[in-house]
Design a protein. Structure first.
Length: 241
């Protein structure tokens, strides 16, 4: 992306060149007394004033760009020599504008039918209008910057709130994860106890089967009843612990 300063600088150079060219034409027409010469001189002076206004607007933009660079030297990759050259160009442009304004006010180039005082009044009015316009632009820029800073502060506050919410959600997620791990551990312990109990029951069942093979029917029923009572007691003790 091209440096904005260079773009405005080219515009200023074109305006200065046009202003000087028309100024020379205006000086040559100063001795003319015909109505045609007067009309052409007035038209040329209007072009000079337009070029002068454009150049002064470009100078303001260039000064603002240089001020931004000086406020944040680390952000812009501009050397000290380049910065001095830019300031020098701005001063040279101001000098050119002052020289043109002085020529317009010089009685030497006033025609016999043109009043110097009228030209001075016209220039003063133009200067006052331009100063008012410049002040209006400065107020607008200051207001825009203030609004942008307010928006940035509000965005920072919203980001802080979002960051705090994310932190709380992270804490809640961590707590839920710990609780799940604890529940999983309890389930693992429960399944382990169930497995051990099942093995014990199978072992007891085998022993019971062997005993039943060795006794008659009545004794079998008695033993079965006793074993059932024992099993019930074991189950109750297991679940009560």
């Amino acid at each position: 992306m091209e440096d904005p300063f260079l773009i405005v600088k080219r515009d200023a150079e074109l305006s200065i060149s046009e202003m000087n060219r028309n100024l020379e034409r205006w000086k040559k027409l100063a001795s003319g007394t015909s109505s045609v010469a007067k009309q052409e001189r007035t038209a040329v002076k209007g072009k000079i004033m337009n070029a002068l206004e454009s150049t002064q607007g470009d100078i303001l933009d260039l000064e603002e760009a240089v001020s931004s660079i000086e406020l944040d030297r680390h952000r812009f990759n501009i050397t000290e020599d380049e910065l001095r050259n830019r300031k020098s160009f701005i001063q040279m442009s101001k000098d050119q504008c002052e020289a043109v304004r002085a020529s317009l006010n010089n009685p030497q180039y006033s025609s016999a039918s043109t009043s110097v005082s009228n030209e001075q009044i016209s220039i003063d009015r133009y200067t006052a209008a331009q100063q008012a316009n410049n002040r209006s632009n400065e107020v607008f820029i200051e207001k825009s910057m203030s609004q942008q800073q307010q928006i940035m502060r509000e965005q920072d506050e919203q980001l802080n709130i979002v960051g705090q919410s994310i932190g709380r959600l992270k804490q809640i997620g961590t707590a839920i994860g710990d609780e799940v791990e604890d529940q999983n551990q309890l389930l693992d312990d429960f399944y382990s106890d169930m497995g051990q109990t099942e093995k014990r029951m199978q072992s007891v069942q085998k022993k019971v089967d062997k005993i039943l093979e060795k006794v008659d029917g009545k004794k079998q029923n008695l033993i079965i009843g006793i074993l059932l009572v024992i099993m019930i007691i074991v189950v109750i003790l297991f679940f009560s612990t």
